[in-house]
Design a protein around this ligand. Structure first.
Ligand SMILES: [Zn+2]
Length: 311
């Protein structure tokens, strides 16, 4: 049993995950980064003790997935938008000390990629990209069975490749990133500004997809635009990596149709065997990040150790 900790912008979830990737118990709390690191750590530790009690099991390790910029191999937090007071703090060391087990940390996109590759839709795939499309676009890249890391073991941001340089401003400094064009809020903002008087301010991606099905002309255009930008970003990933599979998760993917995305990809990509890249929906469901966090521990201390010792 692994204690799993998923630290996101709005909530922190904690759970117990068995060695098949099944969540046995879980709890969550609002992130509230303004309460500081010691407060956040204390809440995580208290929830971990509670979920251990609920599951009636000992934990043999702790896996952590977190939003933003973290240093997986020191356990330290870097500049995380939602958790400025956590910079330089080290939940890996602190939780190891508190629970007497080893802990491992990854970016949450990488954690979810490891989860889908280990226990989900991408099981057994050696070249896999995981993409989540919701309020942002994030993900992780697995090449030859290993989590891809950049310089200084940094996490690449698939959501910030530029799709349209004349597009809307992005938080990263450029305009027209994939994340600025194809997230749920980006779709909702476009619909709102194009639907005129009929535009309902509270409509999200899900409702716009539903309106399109009912024949709303502007919603149909919003869906076409969303499909085009989502497909373009996927085509870019296929052109750059030609992975065996791209696993797609996140709230927007509950509505978008894979065959329509393939239709966009088929418009280009003629210099790579794009047909061989499977598109699949993430299969770990609502708990994907929590399950991914647990998988981080397995990947660090079991899977990788085996690979190195048999190499
Ligand atoms: Zn960007």
């Amino acid at each position: 049993m692994i204690g799993a900790v998923d630290i996101g912008g709005t909530k922190i979830a904690v759970g117990i995950v068995d060695d098949r990737g099944v969540v046995l118990s879980k709890m969550e709390t609002p992130t509230q980064g303004e309460r500081g690191y010691a407060d956040g750590l204390a809440r995580i530790a208290a929830m971990l003790r509670d979920v251990v009690r609920q599951a009636g099991a000992e934990i043999s390790g702790i896996g952590i997935g977190s939003t933003g910029w973290v240093y997986p191999f020191t356990g330290e937090f870097g500049d995380v938008d939602f958790l400025p007071a956590w910079k330089g703090c080290n939940p890996v060391k602190d939780l190891e000390r508190a629970f007497g087990v080893r802990a491992a940390l990854e970016n949450d996109g990488d954690a979810a990629a490891l989860g889908e590759a280990g226990w989900g839709a991408g099981r057994g795939k050696q070249r896999l990209i995981y993409v989540t499309v919701g309020t942002g676009i994030g993900g992780g890249i697995i090449l030859d069975g290993e989590l891809y890391r950049g310089v200084d073991r940094s996490h690449p941001e698939v959501g910030h490749h530029v799709i349209d340089a004349s597009g809307p401003e992005c938080t990263c400094g450029f305009r027209g990133c994939w994340e600025a064009l194809a997230t749920g809020p980006a779709m909702a903002a476009w619909y709102k500004s194009n639907a005129g008087a009929s535009g309902d301010e509270k409509l999200g991606a899900k409702e716009i997809f539903q309106l399109a099905q009912r024949g709303d002309a502007c919603a149909r255009r919003a869906v076409e635009r969303e499909t085009f930008y989502l497909g373009l970003g996927l085509a870019n990933l296929i052109g750059l990596f030609v992975p065996e599979m791209i696993v797609l998760g996140g709230s927007v993917m509950k509505s978008a149709r894979l065959e329509d995305l393939r239709g966009v990809i088929a418009q280009g990509c003629r210099f790579v065997p794009w047909e061989k890249t499977a598109l699949a929906l993430a299969s770990l469901g609502e708990d994907a990040n929590l399950i991914g966090a647990a998988r981080v521990w397995h990947y660090r201390f079991e899977v990788r150790t085996e690979r190195v010792s048999t190499a």
